[in-house]
Design a protein around this ligand. Structure first.
Ligand code: FAD
Length: 525
C-alpha cells in the first residue's frame, strides 16, 4: 500500500445523481465512502446554472417523473432541502391553431382535449391506456429491482412468475402484447388514434432518449418502458431551484452520513489485480484505496478506458465497445422578459410540459435528418417554463424557458461552429409558430449541442442516458448481457449510473439497485 494512499470502504466514481444515491445508501450502511467527481460541480446532467445573472435554469435535465418515494424517504431528501415546486406537470401537445391536446397522465381521466381533433380519440385513449396498464403488469415488476441475468443462473421463479403474468393477460391481450413489443410506435399509434397531434406527441415520447424514429421497430416497447418507469415515480415535476436542487439534497444526505465528496478529481484508472479491485488512481496520480469501487461513469468509459478491456472476455469487451451512446439531443435555455403568448393557454398549459410534434411524419423527418448528420427544417421539442411554478428562478415577471431538442446530430454537417446560430434560429422560429412574440422576449440564452453536453455535463459521447434506451439496450441487455446485475467480472467493481438497469432519467434507481446489490453480495460472502 503506497504511503500517500487514501483508504476507504467504498469509492464512488462520479457525483451525478446516481453516484450520490449510491454514496448515500452505502454511507447509511456504515461504509466509509468517498465520491470522486471529475468536474468542479456535483450533479452531472442534474444541475442548475445561470443563463445570465438572476436567471437560473436546470442546465440539462429539467423534469423528474420517476424518482420513487422510497429513495426520497430512505435518503431523507426533504430534511436535506428538497422542496418540490410542482409535481403535477401536464403534458401538452401544442397546436398552431390553439386547439392544444392535454395528454392524460397515468391514472388521470382527463380526455376532453383529445377529442378536439378527432372525436373517436377519447374512447381510443381509454382502450389504449387500459391495455398499456395490462402490459405494464408484465414488464413493470422487472423495474422494481435489479433485473435477473439471463443465463444458467436465472432463478427458476423468474420464468414462472413471468409466465403467470403473461397467462393472466388472457389469449387476446397476450397476442396483442406479443405483437406490440417488437412494433414501431408509428404502427401502434396509426392503428389506435386518428388525430395527428396526439400521435405526434406520443411518438415523440416513445423516441425521446434514444436515436430512433417513430417507424423504428421496438419503439412501441420503449414507449411502454417509459410508462412503466413512471409508475414508480410520484408524478411529473421539478424541485424548487431546478434539477440541481435534487443533486444538492442527495449530496447533503450522503455527507450527513459521513460520505466525502471530492470535486476536480478525475479518475484516470481503476486499479485491479488478480480479479479484484483495489482502488483508483486520479489523473494527478493520487491513489485512493478501497475493496469496493462503484462507477457512475458510463459503462464504456468505466470498463474500457478506466479498467481496460483485458479484464473482460473478448465477446463482452466487444459488446461494451458497441453500446450505442452517441448523443443526439441539444439543450437550449432562454431568459425571457415575460411569458410568451400562446393562444388559449391557461395556468395548466403555462405550467406544463409543452411538446412541439405536430405529427409523426415531422418526428420521423427529424430523426432521418439527424441520421444524415443534418439539421431538420422543422425541429420537434420538449419545453418547460420552470419559473412558472418556481418564480425565484427569474426576476419578478420574467421567466426562463428550458428546451430539449431531440434528433440533433453529434457531428453536424459543416461543424457546430458554423451551424449553431442557424440551429438556434430554427428552434426559435418553430416556437414562434405557436407563440409569435417569443423572439421579442428573449434577453439571453445558452445552447448545449451534443458535443457540449459531453464536455460541460460530463456525459461521454453526449448521450443523455449514457446509452440508448432502446429495446436491445434495456433490461438484461443493459449495459451488456452478463453484466446486468451491476457487478463486473472484477470482484468489488460495480457500475451504478444511467448506463445500467433500469436506465437513464432522474430516477436514482441504478444508484440504489447497485448499492443494494453490492451490500447484499458482501452480506452473503
Ligand atoms: C439535455 C438533457 C436533458 C435531459 N432531460 C431529462 C429530463 O427532463 N428528465 C429526466 O429524467 N432525465 C433527463 N435527462 C437524462 C438524465 O439527466 C440522465 O439520465 C441522468 O442525469 C444520468 O445520471 P447519472 O448520475 O447516472 O449520470 P451523470 O449525470 O452522467 O453523472 C456522471 C458523473 O460522473 C462524472 N464522471 C465521469 N467520468 C468520471 C471520471 N473518470 N472521474 C470522475 N468523475 C467522472 C461526470 O462528470 C458526472 O458528474 C436529460 C439529460 C440531458 C443531457
Amino acid at each position: 500500500m503506497s504511503e500517500d494512499a487514501l483508504q476507504y470502504d467504498a469509492i464512488v466514481i462520479g457525483a451525478g445523481h446516481n453516484g450520490l444515491v449510491t454514496a448515500g445508501y452505502l454511507a447509511r450502511a456504515g461504509k466509509k465512502v468517498v465520491v470522486l467527481e471529475a468536474s468542479s460541480a456535483i450533479g452531472g446532467a442534474a444541475r442548475t446554472g445561470e443563463i445570465s445573472p438572476d436567471y437560473q435554469v436546470s442546465t440539462g435535465a429539467h423534469l423528474i417523473s420517476c424518482l420513487p418515494k422510497k429513495v426520497e424517504r430512505d435518503l431523507k431528501l426533504a430534511k436535506h432541502g428538497l422542496v418540490w415546486a410542482t409535481r403535477d406537470v401536464a403534458t401538452v401537445a401544442l397546436d398552431q391553431g390553439g386547439k392544444h391536446v392535454i395528454i392524460p397522465a397515468g391514472g388521470k381521466k382527463d380526455i376532453a382535449t383529445l377529442t378536439a381533433h378527432a372525436t373517436r380519440d377519447g374512447d381510443a385513449w381509454r382502450r389504449f391506456d387500459a391495455q398499456m396498464k395490462k402490459f405494464i403488469s408484465v414488464i413493470g415488476p422487472f423495474l422494481e429491482g435489479p433485473v435477473p441475468e439471463m443465463g444458467p443462473d436465472l432463478p427458476g421463479r423468474v420464468p414462472v412468475t413471468t409466465a403467470l403474468r403473461l397467462e393472466k393477460l388472457g389469449p387476446r391481450d397476450l397476442r396483442a402484447f406479443l405483437r406490440f413489443m417488437p412494433s414501431s410506435i408509428a404502427r401502434i399509434l396509426d392503428a389506435t388514434f386518428e388525430g395527428d397531434l396526439v400521435k405526434g406527441a406520443l411518438a415523440l415520447d416513445a423516441t425521446l432518449g434514444h436515436h430512433s424514429g417513430p417507424k423504428t421497430p421496438g419503439t412501441a416497447f420503449s414507449f411502454l418502458y417509459k410508462r412503466a418507469l413512471e409508475t414508480l415515480g410520484q408524478g411529473t415535476g421539478y424541485p424548487a431551484g431546478g434539477a440541481g436542487a435534487l443533486s444538492d439534497a442527495l449530496a447533503a444526505s450522503a455527507e450527513s452520513t459521513g460520505a466525502r465528496i471530492r470535486l476536480d478529481s478525475p479518475v484516470a484508472q481503476i486499479i485491479a489485480g488478480a480479479g479484484k479491485v483495489s482502488g483508483v488512481r486520479l489523473e494527478d496520480g493520487t491513489v485512493f484505496e478501497a475493496p469496493l469501487v462503484m462507477s457512475s461513469a458510463d459503462p464504456k468509459t468505466t470498463c474500457l478506458d478506466l479498467l481496460g478491456a483485458r479484464h473482460f472476455e473478448a465477446p463482452m469487451a466487444k459488446h461494451i465497445g458497441r453500446i450505442r451512446s452517441q448523443g443526439s439531443a441539444a439543450k437550449i435555455n432562454l431568459a425571457l422578459e415575460g411569458l410568451p403568448t400562446f393562444e388559449n393557454f391557461t395556468d395548466r398549459e403555462y405550467g406544463g410540459r409543452l411538446l412541439i410534434a405536430p405529427d409523426m411524419a415531422t418526428v420521423e423527418r427529424s430523426f432521418i435528418a439527424a441520421k444524415r448528420n443534418e439539421l431538420t427544417l422543422d425541429p420537434v421539442m420538449e419545453m418547460v417554463i420552470p419559473s412558472y411554478h418556481d418564480p425565484r428562478l427569474a426576476p419578478m415577471g420574467h421567466h426562463v424557458l428550458s428546451i430539449v431538442v431531440p434528433n440533433v446530430p453529434f457531428d453536424v454537417e459543416g461543424g457546430w461552429d458554423a451551424r449553431r446560430d442557424e440551429f438556434v434560429k430554427r428552434v426559435i422560429d418553430t416556437i414562434a409558430l405557436y407563440a409569435p412574440d417569443v423572439s421579442n422576449k428573449i434577453i439571453a440564452g445558452e445552447i448545449l449541442t451534443p458535443p457540449e453536453i459531453e464536455e460541460k455535463l460530463g456525459l461521454k459521447g453526449g448521450h443523455w442516458h449514457q446509452g440508448d434506451m432502446s429495446f436491445d439496450q434495456l433490461l438484461a441487455f443493459r449495459p451488456a448481457p452478463g453484466m446486468a446485475n451491476y457487478a463486473t467480472p472484477v470482484e468489488g467493481l460495480y457500475l451504478c449510473g444511467a448506463g445500467t438497469h433500469p436506465g437513464g432519467g432522474l430516477t436514482g434507481l441504478p444508484g440504489k439497485y447497485a448499492a443494494d446489490t453490492a451490500l447484499l453480495k458482501e452480506k452473503i460472502s
